[in-house]
Design a binder for this molecule. Structure first.
Ligand code: GTP
Ligand code: MG
Ligand code: NA
Length: 343
């Protein structure tokens, strides 16, 4: 059995630190270039195994022993601003698992609840990242990147304060029907939501956050990530007219492969189009698709899960959010056309 990269959506209230968390993991500075510091699009970037290994440090040893190891992660950044409900829900619908980011000093906020409802309705498992721990008043900076160690280095009153903030989240989640616990107290990861205190600013807690996430994925999501007998499909994020490329679509390939000689089957407002990509373009690993450091690379084939760009003049008028299928022959074109028409 071969499992693909899990698609991990990052959701939460505006300014809880979603983009900053990803910047910290990728070593990028996307957040600082956003207009008003506000995310307005769905982002995607690929974290290779090497990055997961480096980030998790000694915790990677255990992940490495799993029967089915994840070949990296595709992370999806979503906006937290209230006007972007549709983008949050699009990001959530592509996700295999999610990180719900909560500002430790603010607790649950309106779009935290909204994000949770999206995850709940799609039955997406998730981990809570309790972010901005460095902003807890009296928090002592330490050298370790492991939050379990950093907590031990805090004064007793700060430890109590953090515990109280964790229990506030536990209480809120329990009202919403979830059992949850600080990750170091979780006994059964299948029935309890893990809460991981982190700081996107200092990086503390991110090793534990990633290792809990990857551990969960490798243990419980194998079936979903198995690529046998999966229909090649993706979701359209944006359609743009780009200089030198013409009409392009940024897509997330959720399952299967896409090759240059394949046909893309996708809905327009009142028709279904079938088109062969003029080019398939892949961003570099760790590059945010909507703000890449390097140029996208033309490739003959991409395997799921991945964020990529396809160029084709026929894409004009395709609606963001549409499902897209990849067909290798006429029978499949017909099958996917019918599937879309039935939607
Ligand atoms: P939207 O995408 O617009 O919803 O926001 P976001 O959730 O992506 O948050 P963003 O990364 O834009 O961070 C918002 C602000 O919080 C920025 O000024 C960050 O520098 C700051 N911030 C994020 N994480 C931390 C943290 O761990 N500690 C501190 N002190 N500040 C943080
Ligand atoms: Mg953001
Ligand atoms: Na922001």
């Amino acid at each position: 059995m071969q499992i693909r990269q899990p698609i991990v959506a990052v959701l939460g209230h505006v300014d809880s630190g979603k983009t900053s968390l990803l910047d910290r993991i990728r070593g990028t500075g996307v957040q600082g270039r956003e207009a008003g510091g506000i995310t307005q699009h769905i982002g995607a970037s690929f974290l290779p195994s090497e990055t997961i290994k480096e980030t998790c440090g000694i915790l990677y040893k255990k992940l490495e022993q799993a029967e089915h190891k994840v070949p990296g992660i595709l992370v999806i950044d979503t906006p937290g601003h209230e006007v972007f409900t549709n983008l949050r829900s699009r990001g959530g619908s592509a996700a295999d698992i999610a990180i719900l980011v909560v500002d430790v000093n603010r607790g649950f906020q309106p779009q935290t609840n909204e994000s949770l409802k999206i995850l709940q309705s799609r039955k997406v498992p998730f981990v809570v990242a309790l972010n901005k721990c460095d902003q807890i008043s009296g928090w002592r900076k330490s050298d370790t990147k492991f939050i379990s160690q950093a907590i031990k280095e805090q004064d007793a009153s700060i430890q109590t304060d953090l515990d109280q903030k964790i229990y506030d989240v536990v209480g809120t989640l329990s009202i919403l029907g979830y059992q949850s616990e600080a990750f170091y107290r979780v006994k059964d990861f299948k029935s309890e939501i893990a809460i991981v205190p982190i700081s996107a600013r200092s990086g503390v807690g991110i090793p534990e956050l990633l290792s809990v996430l990857v551990g969960l994925t490798q243990q419980y999501l194998q079936k979903r990530l198995n690529q046998e007998e999966k229909e090649p499909r993706g979701i359209v994020l944006e359609v743009n007219d780009e200089v030198g490329l013409g009409q392009t679509a940024n897509i997330i390939l959720i399952d299967g492969s896409i090759k240059k000689e394949n046909s893309i089957v996708v809905a327009k407002r009142d028709s279904v189009i079938v088109t062969k990509p003029k080019a398939i373009l892949l961003p570099k690993p760790l590059d945010e698709m909507r703000d890449p450091r390097d140029k996208f690379k033309p490739v003959p084939q991409v395997d799921a899960a991945a964020g990529l760009k396809i160029a084709s003049p026929d894409l004009e008028g395709v609606l963001p959010g549409s499902t897209l299928y990849v067909a290798t022959n006429d029978a499949e074109i017909e099958k996917f056309t019918k599937l879309i028409e039935a939607e």
